[in-house]
Structures are given as C-alpha cells and as structure tokens.
Design a protein around this ligand. Structure first.
Ligand SMILES: [Fe+2]
Ligand SMILES: [Fe+2]
Length: 248
C-alpha cells in the first residue's frame, strides 16, 4: 500500500498566516506515527516568487518524509530553482521526478512565466512521455493547473489549456493511478483522460463555490476556512482511495 500526502498552494508571503498554516500542516505530517511514501506539493509555493519566500518555504517543507514540490503560476522559475532546489537559476520548465521504492512521482511544470493560466510545453510533455514509457513502477503525474473545469468560475478560466496531447499521453496508461493538481484552492475529485484527477485544497486559503456565493475572485477567497490536505492511497489491488483531512 502506498500513502501520499497531497497539499497545495501554501503561497508563502501572501498573508501573515501563510507561514503558520503551512507549518501546521507539516507539523501534522511529521507527527504521524508512520512514514509516508511521499508528500506532494502541487504549486504556488511562494506568493511573489521572492528569494526570501523560497528560503522560508524550504525550511517549512523539509520533512522526514520524501517531499516533492513543483511550481505554480505564483512561482518564479529562476528563484524556485536557485533557492529551493539549489540549482542554476534558469527559466526552463522545472520538471522533477521522485523515485521511491514503490512509486514514481512526475511533477510537471504547468506554469507560463508571467501568466496565471497553465500550459504544458512540448519539452515538458516529451519529458513526461519518457518518464511514463520507462516506468517500472506506478507513476503519479502531478502539476499545478487542473486540466478541466471544476465549477469554480474564477479558476476555471485560468486552468490548464491545450490539453489534447496530455490527454492522449495519459489515456489508457495502466501504470498511472491518478493525476494530481492544485491551483483551485478547493479539494476536488473528478476525472481526466479516464483517470482520477485529484485536486488539492489550498493551504493558504479556500476558494468557495458558486452555490456558496463564490462567483468571482472578489468574493470567493476565504482565508478563515482551515487548510485541507489529502491522503491518497494506492492499495495492493491497484485501487485508489482519497481521504481528506482538515488541519486546525
Ligand atoms: Fe494558488
Ligand atoms: Fe495557482
């Protein structure tokens, strides 16, 4: 059995509460009695993409569990790479793979520098295809922008666009248990390419839904609702289950 913790959108520097909220989540995970297979953080790590925000995020996200964090539309590739990953500050897509004993995690960069909407560059899709074709373990595919509408009007317009090649790449992949995304700041479960598409809640805030009154960015961002994270479980029969946990 594989157990993954999935959190998203910590937005360090967005609000004074961004740091304590992310810290509470990581404290919760580090206090678990057992080890997780992985902790995946699906983007919007630093609210302004600033070096000091990545320094803070790096400390907050250090854990006894393996952690894989990818970029979102609020992130800046060069600083993300330089401060968080300790690499050269290039503007190329930040595509990362984490391999553990039991699974492979492919974190794709769906950001478009300077824009809010998402896109997977050909380079990223080529890279993902290589990871999938060469995999001898289940591959969890993760990126920031959901590739479908989620009935969250403000976010739906800035979702992942031009999803045709991704859909073709994933359709029929028996070794991909699920696709994980963030960006929507609301925990959601749907499907894409015939696979579970599991969207992480926002740690920094929650976006409320139209039937709750959330119809635009002006009225949908709730900073009082507590962070929600997910535990995704892949059992030995290959079946996925997701549990959601509110972090007080
Ligand atoms: Fe976000
Ligand atoms: Fe985002």
């Amino acid at each position: 059995m594989i157990v993954i913790a999935h959190l998203s959108d910590i937005h360090i520097g967005a609000t004074p509460e961004s740091v304590p909220r992310a810290a509470a989540v990581m404290r919760y995970l580090d206090a678990l009695p057992g080890d997780l297979d992985a902790v995946l953080v699906t983007g919007d790590i630093a609210d302004h993409g600033a070096a000091e925000e990545y320094e803070t995020a790096g400390k907050l996200l250090s854990s006894r569990h393996p952690v894989l964090a990818g970029p979102g539309n609020h992130d800046v590739r060069a600083e993300f790479r330089r401060v968080l990953l300790g690499g050269e500050p290039s503007g190329e897509p930040i595509n990362q793979v984490l391999r553990t004993d039991r699974a492979i995690y492919a974190m794709c960069d769906s950001s478009i520098p300077g824009e809010d909407a998402g896109h997977l560059e050909e380079e990223t899709l080529d890279w993902l295809e290589g990871v999938l074709d060469g995999a001898d373990l289940p591959v969890f595919v993760a990126f920031h922008h959901p590739p479908v509408t989620l009935h969250t009007p403000p976010v739906d317009g800035i979702r992942l666009h031009e999803t045709g090649r991704l859909e073709a790449l994933l359709t029929g992949r028996a070794n991909v248990p699920a696709v994980l995304a963030g960006h929507a700041h609301v925990a959601a479960a749907t499907t894409f390419a015939g696979l579970p598409l599991l969207v992480g809640g926002g740690v920094v805030s929650t976006i409320t839904l139209p039937w709750e009154g959330g119809t635009s960015f002006g009225n949908c961002v709730d900073y009082d609702l507590p962070p929600v994270i997910a535990f995704h479980v892949l059992d030995d029969e290959g079946r996925m289950t997701t549990h959601y946990r509110v972090i007080p």
